[in-house]
Each structure stands twice: as structure tokens, then as C-alpha cells.
Design a protein around this ligand. Structure first.
Ligand code: FAD
Ligand code: 2HG
Ligand code: ZN
Length: 506
């Protein structure tokens, strides 16, 4: 019989992380252009004739020009970046998007495509006066094939709404992330978002069946197919997946939804060391095999900061490391048997010190809520530098130790992430932003990552904050090809300037 601590879910209050992080009038971040010393490129300057044109294409209420209306669209989720846009456009159709882009291309007016504005690298907000093209009103579901699992929808559909919709048809979305209540499928595709279950369902290059996108000159590119197999020439959809709005804007998405699992269980364990987290991961893979759907870890500092910030209760006692493990299966008895074997071994070997396992929906939601809230935990306590890196598993946690040695007080450093994907999130929290601290962190972190063959951005993208460091993970030849593609698809460079591509490739 496995001894497990019962979870005290009644004490775990659900607090929306988004309400904690919203912009408030008492605090406005510095303009990105000043903070990061960027020069405006030679784009056109918006005038009243342009605004009148946009009003003629969209209805007046979908053209925002009031400073207070535009402000939230200028500030990113972590309040790291702030643009100076004076105009937000909210199209409802692909045709409207096409007309807007064709006009902007002719007038050399720069555009910042924006979904739910939950991006973490400053890609979703303007740097200067780029026009914000927001997809929030393009939120129709077009079709769902219950048998093949192919969902077709507009880019502005919120991920959680899609998941709720497909669940009624016995399906789930192939991705899930803490920002699901706000992020949009178009934003997910444009960032190639990873999330909590990539380990099981793979990344969006595999799940996206097709898409519709609009090029900078207004041309609508129709790759909206729902076939699983289609080797007819170049796989153009992949150019838009993960290109962060720099090659075109995504207007519709066709995506494969896996079957809703019949049996779901969640384990939350206390672990002594990172070495034991890795051993447990290895055991989980071999004991649980195909039913393993997530393997996440968080260090003590991450969980403590989250519990403190959001007044949550830890369902288990305090430990140096925590593991959150989930299974998705089709046969409860079979899954439980596997899980029991895994737990017995884990406890006998001393890998699991304490824990709770549950299949109750509310309890599972509460545990996931703790994990999903970590991203917002540092925001109240100061300024957060976020790093999202891929590392060989043997080196996965070493960077946290290195950073803690380099930045003792006043910085707090914590590490957590998707162990199953070799992706760690390192948050460095300081009382306030300074160029000196930035210079101590960057490029140091990226150099450390490059030394062991990692990636400086595992899942959040390059956005505005990282183009100058992209060369740590991308070869010069690949960067030159990226530039050629950009030139060919957006010759005037109006789509999301200052993002992804470095100005100079040497
Ligand atoms: P935005 O933030 O609005 O935009 C992101 C980028 O995509 C920008 O460059 C923007 O220009 C571009 N873009 C948006 N929509 C379009 C479009 N229709 N066409 C072209 N370009 C477009 N990310 C992960 O990968 N895994 C996680 O686990 C994860 N967890 C998160 C948890 C929290 C609490 C938060 C706040 C963020 C998290 N993120 C995560 C980051 C973020 O949620 C994802 O990057 C998400 O995919 C962004 O979607 P969005 O709609 O908010 O896009
Ligand atoms: C997560 O996995 C997200 O929670 C956010 O990717 C990571 O904010 C972060 O550092
Ligand atoms: Zn993540």
C-alpha cells in the first residue's frame, strides 16, 4: 500500500494570474526605444488620411485612436516593453486584413500583429509607432471534423475557448499553457508555443494541418488544408509557424485535436535533488510509457514565491524540488496499475519523498494552477528577467546554480520548466531594472547556453528582446537565409520590425 499525503485543496484558492499582472495607471514601464536604445527605422508616419482610410475599411469602433484605449496594447504582459503606437485596428475578416496590409505596404506604415498579448519576449507590442493589428475579433470556429479531429478556426480564437469547444466533441487541443485564458491560436502558431503537454502531443509543426496567412503586400496565401498527408511541394505553413508575425499574419488555422483521454491522473511529488528529478523522469518514461502526458519540475524558490505571491497553499510539505507528473490514458485500471508500480518504485528508491496523486478534477486543477501561476509570481516583487532555454538534461539545472553564485543578494533566481522537453525557465528577480544588472546577465547566460549546445529560446521566441543574441543558437548561414526569406516576403520590412532578425548578420 502506498502512503500518500492527502491534498488540502480547500485551502488552495484560484487566483487569476492575469489580474495580478495587469497594467495600472500608477506604474508605466519605460518606452522600449529609450530603455533599449533603439533607433526608429524609416517608415511612413501615420496621418489623419490614413486613419480615415482604416475607418472606411473597418467600422469606426474598430479603429482605436484614444490614448487611453491604445495604451494596454502598447504594454506587454511582463511590463518589460512599452511601445508608442497611436492606432489599434481590429479586423473581423481576412479581406479586411488584406486591405489594411496592402495599404500599409504601399505607404510604408509598419505593423505589429497582436494576439492575446501574452508573449514573453516583447514581440507582441510595438517599439515605436507601429500600428497594432489585433486579432481579438477574428474569433469564429469554422468547422470541426469529430472523426479526424481537424478543427478549423480563425486566428483570434482564445485557446481555452477552443479547448472547451472541442471537449464537447470528445477531443482536446494539442497544446495547453498557463496563458490559455488569453492567448490566441494565431499567437500560439506564430510563436510555435510549446506548453505543458508537448512531451506527449508534440509541437505545432506537427499538429497544425494548414493555415491561411496574409503577406505584407496583402496577398492571401491559402494553405488551409486539413489533410494529414500532403507532400505537394514546399511545406509553406511551416514558414508562418514560429515566425512571430515577421513573414505574414496568420488569419485562419487548421489543427489536429487528439482524443479526450478517458482517464487522467496527476501526481505532485517532493524530491530531494535535481539528480533525483532526472532519475524519476527516466523511471516515468519506462514505467508509464505512452500514458505519460507531462513531466514538469519546479525548484523550492519557484514554488515558495508562487505560494507567497498568490496566497496559495502547498498540498505537500516543503522540499528542495517538486515534480508534477500527468498521465492521459484510455483505461483507468490499466493506468492506475502502471502509476502504482511507478510510485512504489519511486518511493522505495527514495526518489519520491512525499506526494499526492489524484484523479479528481478540482484537485488536479488546483495543482496545475500552482504550476501555471509560477510565471506571474515574480512580477509583484520587482523586475523579472525571464530566460527560456533548452539544455541537455545533464546540464538542465546547473545554470541556476551558476547564476545564484554570480548574483547573490539582491537578485532571486529560480528555475522551473518542462523537463520532458529539456526546456528550463530561469527567472531572475531584482528590486528594479537597471542596465548594469542586464549587462551582468546578458550575454553571459546565452554564452553559457551556447557552450553546451543549448538554445537561447526554447519556446517563447526571439521577439524584440533577443535578436541581438540569436547568433548564439543560429548559424550565420541560417541567419542569412532567414534574411533572404524576409526580403522576399516582406520587402519593405513593415511586418513586426525590430523583432526576430538582428540588424546585422556578420
Ligand atoms: P501575442 O503575445 O499577442 O503575440 C506573440 C507573437 O506572435 C508576437 O510576435 C506577435 O506579433 C505574433 N502574433 C500574434 N498573433 C499573430 C497572428 N495572428 N499572425 C501573426 N503573428 C501573430 N509559451 C509557451 O510556449 N509555453 C508555455 O508554457 C507558456 N506559458 C505561458 C504562461 C503565461 C502565464 C504567459 C503570460 C505566457 C506563456 N507563454 C508560454 C508565452 C505566450 O503565452 C505564448 O507565446 C503564446 O503563444 C502567445 O500567444 P498570444 O496570442 O498571446 O500572442
Ligand atoms: C511556463 O512554462 C511558461 O510557465 C512561462 O512558459 C515561463 O514565465 C516564464 O518564465
Ligand atoms: Zn514554458
Amino acid at each position: 500500500m502506498i502512503k500518500l499525503i492527502t491534498i488540502l485543496t480547500s485551502n488552495v484558492k484560484r487566483i487569476n494570474v492575469f489580474s495580478q499582472a495587469k497594467y495600472s495607471t500608477t506604474f508605466l514601464p519605460q518606452f522600449s526605444s529609450e530603455k533599449y536604445d533603439v533607433k526608429r527605422k524609416k517608415f511612413g508616419v501615420l496621418n489623419s488620411t490614413d486613419v480615415d482610410y482604416f475607418k472606411s475599411v473597418l467600422s469606426e469602433d474598430r479603429v482605436l485612436t484614444e490614448e487611453s484605449d491604445v495604451l494596454p496594447f502598447n504594454i506587454d504582459w511582463i511590463k518589460n516593453c512599452r511601445g508608442q503606437s497611436q492606432l489599434v485596428l481590429k479586423p473581423k475578416t481576412t479581406e479586411e486584413v488584406s486591405q489594411i496590409l496592402s495599404y500599409c505596404n504601399e505607404k510604408h506604415l509598419a505593423i505589429c500583429p497582436q494576439g492575446g498579448n501574452t508573449g514573453l519576449v516583447g514581440g507582441s507590442v510595438p517599439v515605436f509607432d507601429e500600428i497594432v493589428l489585433n486579432f481579438g475579433l477574428m474569433n469564429n470556429i469554422i468547422s470541426l471534423d469529430d472523426i479526424s479531429g481537424a478543427l478549423v478556426c480563425e486566428a483570434g480564437c482564445v485557446l481555452e475557448n477552443l479547448d472547451n469547444y472541442v471537449r464537447d466533441h470528445n477531443l482536446i487541443m494539442p497544446l495547453d499553457l498557463g496563458a490559455k485564458g488569453s492567448c490566441q491560436i494565431g499567437g500560439n502558431v506564430s510563436t510555435n508555443a510549446g506548453g505543458l503537454r508537448l512531451l506527449r502531443y508534440g509541437n505545432l509543426h506537427g499538429s497544425v494541418l494548414g493555415l491561411e496567412a496574409v503577406k505584407a503586400d496583402g496577398t492571401v496565401v491559402n494553405c488551409l488544408r486539413t489533410l494529414k498527408k500532403d507532400n505537394t511541394g514546399y511545406h509553406l505553413k511551416h514558414l508562418f509557424i514560429g515566425s512571430e508575425g515577421t513573414l505574414g499574419v496568420v488569419t485562419k488555422v487548421a489543427i489536429h485535436c487528439p482524443v479526450l483521454p478517458k482517464s487522467v491522473s496527476l501526481g505532485y511529488f517532493g524530491v530531494e535533488s535535481f539528480e533525483n528529478v532526472l532519475k524519476l523522469y527516466q523511471n516515468a518514461k519506462s514505467s508509464l510509457g505512452e500514458i505519460l502526458s507531462a513531466f514538469e519540475m519546479a525548484d523550492n524558490d519557484s514554488i515558495s514565491a508562487t505560494l507567497d505571491s498568490f496566497k496559495l497553499a502547498n498540498p505537500i510539505a516543503e522540499y528542495p524540488f517538486y515534480v508534477l507528473l500527468e498521465t492521459h490514458g484510455s483505461n483507468e485500471a490499466h493506468d492506475n496499475e502502471k502509476l502504482s508500480r511507478f510510485l512504489t518504485q519511486g518511493m522505495e528508491r527514495g526518489l519520491i519523498l512525499d506526494g499526492t496523486v489524484t484523479s479528481e478534477l478540482t484537485k488536479m486543477k488546483n495543482i496545475w494552477h500552482i504550476r501555471e501561476s509560477i510565471a506571474g509570481a515574480g512580477l509583484a516583487g520587482g523586475y523579472v528577467f525571464k530566460y527560456d532555454v533548452s539544455l541537455p538534461l545533464s546540464r538542465y539545472y546547473a545554470l541556476v546554480h551558476t547564476l545564484r553564485e554570480r548574483f547573490s543578494h539582491p537578485a532571486r533566481v529560480y528555475g522551473y520548466g518542462h523537463v520532458g522537453d529539456g526546456n528550463i525557465h530561469i527567472n531572475v528577480i531584482v528590486p528594479e531594472y537597471s542596465k548594469e544588472i542586464t549587462a551582468k546577465l546578458e550575454p553571459f547566460i546565452f554564452e553559457e547556453v551556447a557552450k553546451v549546445g543549448g538554445s537561447i529560446s526554447a519556446e517563447h521566441g526571439i521577439g524584440f528582446r533577443k535578436p541581438q543574441f540569436i547568433h548564439y543558437s543560429k548559424d550565420k548561414t541560417a541567419l542569412n537565409l532567414m534574411k533572404d526569406l524576409k526580403k522576399s516576403m516582406d520587402p519593405n520590412g513593415i511586418l513586426n520590425p525590430y523583432k526576430v532578425l538582428p540588424d546585422v548578420v556578420t
